[in-house]
Ligand binder design. Structure first.
Ligand SMILES: [Zn+2]
Length: 196
């Protein structure tokens, strides 16, 4: 990592750390489990299983996972191969937002639970949909050699508020997500105790 990039990452880390430590409630854990252990598992993506759940007043108003648009054949092997798959798959976050939109359900002021840290494109969608708080599984690796810059860009998009509003609060749940599928089951040890 270059010096300049490292400084950006340091600054971003300081700026982006939650100001107060947030202790997830049992409801947060419930919704994250649904996103991670149910919705994400419906994805046919063999490498990344991402699930999103939008919640208002403790009620799930939409779900989404990474997959092909409705009606498109997701059993065509070539559509699963990199880089071709990037042209076919819709990410979980926009799927979740669009699923609400097609039913006429407002996402304004809602929370999203996501078992993944969003890419910068999805960060823009989340913000534009009026999501107020984004619960993610864990803080990403800001200095990751390949994804670090993108993580920082996503965070900047989520948190910037030139107008003094429209900030998306990001909550890191320290939840050990199972993005590869729950077949590699370590659920019993990795899910934080609700009572703790
Ligand atoms: Zn994305």
């Amino acid at each position: 990592m270059t010096e300049a990039l490292s400084q950006v990452a340091d600054r971003a880390r300081r700026r982006l750390m939650p100001s107060k430590s947030y202790k997830p409630t049992k409801w947060d854990l419930r919704f994250m489990r649904i996103a991670d252990m149910e919705v994400a598992q419906w994805s046919k993506d063999q490498s990344s299983k991402v699930g999103a759940v939008i919640v208002k007043d403790r009620r799930i108003i939409s779900t989404g996972y990474n997959g092909l648009p409705r009606g498109c054949d997701d059993d065509v092997p070539e559509r699963h191969e990199r880089p071709e798959k990037y042209e076919w798959f819709i990410h979980a976050e926009p799927n979740c937002i669009i699923n609400a939109a097609r039913e006429g359900v407002s996402t304004l002021g809602a929370d999203m639970y996501l078992n993944w840290y969003p890419c910068h494109i999805c960060a823009g969608y989340i913000k534009q949909a009026g999501i107020r708080r984004l619960f993610v599984d864990q803080e990403p690796e800001w200095e990751h050699h390949k994804w670090g810059k993108g993580f920082i860009r996503a965070k900047t998009i989520l948190e910037e508020e030139k107008d003094g509003q429209h900030k998306v609060e990001v909550v890191y749940m320290n939840y050990d997500a199972h993005r590869q599928g729950i077949i590699q089951d370590k659920t019993s040890q990795s899910i934080p105790n609700e009572k703790s």
